[in-house]
Design a protein around this ligand. Structure first.
Ligand SMILES: [Zn+2]
Length: 187
């Protein structure tokens, strides 16, 4: 027997298909974070953690400002969300991030039991959610995420392209480059 998808869906929330409009709305919030990162001279990547259609955590790349190799947007959004919810188990949460997560962040998503990952642009050089590997859907691990990719990917990729183009042209400097002239003399 063939079920009518709409009818089946109408019976319960759990059968609800992923909502593209809602996904784009939350991705726009992640893009807001990414732009804030660019304004601070950080590689523009932004993330929001969503639970029951509410944003419970926000993060943007802060690696340069914090001089912290783990200060990725996803990690900061997950941490803030877990603090807000008072739980490390984020089973009812979705993470929206403008760029495909790296191996570290993919691992954090699995460890946090995040239910769903929605990302924008793919990252062929560091992405571990389909590009270089797939940590979030590895059947050997004890948790797997639902994954949606390509949401507002063009906006996200354009933001990154613009940032690196400005870096190359010298219009924008990372904090490392800004500090280089002064700090090197003292080494
Ligand atoms: Zn990462």
């Amino acid at each position: 027997m063939i079920y009518d998808c709409d009818l089946v869906r109408g019976r319960g929330e759990s059968m609800k298909a992923p909502d593209r409009e809602a996904d784009e709305a939350f991705m726009r919030e992640a893009l807001v974070e990414a732009r804030k990162a660019a304004d601070k001279g950080e590689v523009p990547v932004g993330a929001v953690l969503v639970c029951d259609e509410r944003i419970v955590g926000r993060g943007r790349n802060r690696r340069e400002a914090a001089q912290d190799p783990v200060a990725h947007a996803e990690i900061l959004a997950i941490r803030q969300g877990a603090r807000h919810l008072g739980s490390w188990r984020l089973e009812d949460c979705s993470l929206y991030v403008t760029l495909e997560p790296c191996a570290m962040c993919a691992g954090a998503l699995v460890n946090g039991r995040v239910r769903r990952l929605v990302y924008g642009a793919t990252d062929p050089k560091a992405g571990f959610c389909g590009s270089l590997g797939d940590l979030v859907q590895d059947p050997r691990l004890n948790h797997r995420l639902e994954v949606e990719s390509g949401v507002l990917a063009a906006e996200s990729a354009e933001l990154l392209r613009g940032f690196f183009a400005e870096l190359r042209s010298g219009e924008r400097k990372t904090s490392k480059q800004r500090g280089r002239s002064g700090s090197l003399k003292t080494v």
